[in-house]
Design a protein around this ligand. Structure first.
Ligand code: ATP
Length: 202
């Protein structure tokens, strides 16, 4: 029986904050593997300047090359919307003996009850949250209680907060500012070669 971490996101683009929490989740939960799953289109938030699925997938692959993480195109290639519950159902079928850990940051965790079929999500996976603010702990604990009321299990991890977002990366690019402190070198290189967020291919 293994422990599989599932880390979904828009990854528009992937940045060092994503990789940092993925590493911490893996260590602290002793996960056997972590799978990054870029969504086709986010279902729980607005997505301005959404790069193509292909570009986002490529950047995830470049960022995780040489790491223990894998990248799946299962949501991008699925005909229906990127609902997490469908992803978990598919992974449960493929990995019937594994425990599934759904990995996410604070902002996403605090919307979980509005996702499609939250009870089913809670039955399929342990929901694991990384802080994304300095003062959110109480909010996260009380939201966790709500998940427990619908039968869910959750884990609030002690992960240092790195204040990086994809929005910040896109803003820097638009303003011609360096991004080397925000994304891995291979992603910075890809973004230099493909001016995705500066009017190139959007
Ligand atoms: P955007 O700025 O475009 O809204 P984002 O930086 O939030 O994007 P997403 O791809 O939407 O990136 O995030 C995927 C997942 O990673 C979400 O669960 C989000 O909460 C989490 N996450 C992203 N950045 C961080 C961070 N710096 N710290 C903790 N969690 C993060």
């Amino acid at each position: 029986m293994g422990k599989l971490g599932i880390f979904g996101g828009t990854f528009n683009p992937i940045h060092n904050g994503h990789l940092h929490i993925a590493r911490c989740f893996q260590e602290q939960l002793a996960l056997d593997s972590v799978m990054l799953i870029p969504s086709k289109r986010p279902t729980h938030k607005a997505a301005p300047d959404l790069a193509s699925s292909y570009d986002r997938l490529m950047m995830c692959r470049l960022a995780t090359a040489g790491t223990p993480f894998t990248v799946s195109d299962m949501e991008i290639t699925r005909k229906t919307a990127s609902y997490t519950v469908y992803t978990l159902e598919a992974l449960r079928e493929k990995h019937p003996l594994d425990t599934l850990y759904l990995l996410m940051g604070e902002d996403m965790f605090l919307t979980l009850l509005d996702w499609k079929a939250p009870e089913r999500i809670c039955a399929l996976a342990v929901c694991c949250v990384a802080p994304r603010s300095e003062d959110g702990r109480e909010r996260l604990l009380s939201y966790g209680k709500k998940l427990e009321q619908i039968g869910g299990q959750y884990r609030l991890l002690d992960i240092p907060f790195l204040p990086i977002s994809s929005t910040q990366v896109r803003d820097r690019l638009r303003n011609g500012l360096p991004i080397s402190d925000l994304v891995p070198p291979r992603v910075a290189h890809y973004l230099r070669e493909h001016p995705i967020y500066t009017g190139g291919s959007l």
